[in-house]
Every structure is written in structure tokens, then in C-alpha cells.
Ligand binder design. Sequence first.
Ligand code: HEC
Length: 212
Amino acid sequence: MITYSPSIFWFRYAVTVTGLSFLIGAGCTHSEMSVDPKASSSTNSGGISPQRLADAVHAVVMADRTVYATHVVSNLQEQNAPVMPSEYWDSEDHKVPLPAQMFRMGAELVNKNPDIGFTYGLKSKWPLNRQNRPGTDVEEKGLEYVAEHVGENFYADEVIEGKKYLVAVYPDKAVTQACWDCHNTHAERGDDYPVFKEGDVMGGVIVRVVVP
Ligand code: HEC
């Protein structure tokens, strides 16, 4: 059974999101498999571009994950509270979900809404939960790209069933020992599972935005 140890300290990101708008700009000009960060930054509709929407969604979901990890998970551990985080929160008493599970459950609710204009997920080429494996070739290329190009995001167009999307991939890094301790020893890791260490890109947040 995998639970958090009380000594685990989570990371903090400073994320400020102001004026988040869910208007998606038309007339975006980026090309297939473009990785130019400016590729879709302009819009001629007065709305925000698909790339800016993706960046904003990423900022919000990462802020929520970080706040939950820091102020709920770490706080419970520091207090040695009677309620603790556990992957098996739904079958055990007095447990709350892990940050990655909170993230996925939130994403599943959003992704059920076809009118909202975007979907997101936390994914990896080496998923502990098979639901988190890349869903398309572009997603897989994006995860490879962010692992190989440290500090860069990946942006590319994708056409699925005649509909155009911007796929944005943001690296998810091993920022604290808890990340690699838990993942490297997890029972669900595959045969090709890497040995993660500090700074490694373990996966990525993928945001897919409908391009009008
Ligand atoms: C206590 C164990 C634990 C810790 C600590 C942990 N994770 Fe995970 N992580 C998981 C589990 C379990 C999942 C699968 C969750 C689900 O059901 O979607 C997961 C999912 C992920 C995924 C999606 C791909 C996958 O493996 O399913 C990424 C990427 C990820 N974690 C990165 C991190 C990073 C980065 C950290 C540190 C900031 C971290 N994890 C800390 C257990 C952990």
C-alpha cells in the first residue's frame, strides 16, 4: 500500500491568474505540428487565442494541484492527522485522495462537457494509471518533446474527425523526493519504467483546445 510519509514536503508554484476568459480566438495561423510558442498567440477576433486559453487552463489546474498538495496533503501529514492521503481513499477509512487523483477526477468532470471548448489531463508515457497514457500520436510527441527540451512547452495542431484542436503539453517535473520515491517503487509501474530522479520530466499536463 502506498501512502504519504509525514516527512514529505510538497512543492510550491507561484501562479497568478487574472482575467481568465474562456473566449477562443478565431483565425489562428499555426501549422501542423508547430512547436513555435508564438504560433497561435495572435487572434483577429478580439477573443483570446487557443494558446493563451491553454496556458491559462494550465495555470489554474496546476495552482489547484499545488494548493491541495501543500495546504491539504502536507498539512495533514505535518499534524499526523487522523485523516491521511492515500491512493486507496475510496476503499479505506479516514483517507483523502492523492493530488494526482484529485487532478484526474476534476479533469474527468470538465472533459464530460462537450460545449466547454477544451479538455485536459495529467499524462505520461509511463503511467501508473493506464487512463493517463497519451491518447494520440501528437500527445505522445508532445510528451517526448517536453522531456527532451528542458524548460520548453509544446504546442501543435491536431485534426480529429475533421475538427481542429490545439494540443499544448507542459512538462511535469520531479520536484520533490516524494515524486520519485512513490513512482519508482509503485506496484503499477511497467517493465520499461524509468528510475526517476530530481528534475526529470515524469509526464506532462496536456490541454486540448478547440480551434474555431
Ligand atoms: C504517494 C504516491 C505519489 C506521489 C508522492 C506522487 N505521485 Fe504522481 N501519481 C501517483 C498515482 C497513484 C498516480 C495515478 C493517479 C490516477 O489514478 O490518475 C500518479 C499520477 C501521476 C502522473 C500521471 C501519469 C501516471 O503516472 O499515471 C504524473 C505525471 C505524476 N503522477 C507526477 C508526479 C509528480 C511530478 C509528483 C511530485 C510532485 C508526484 N507525481 C507525486 C502517485 C504519486
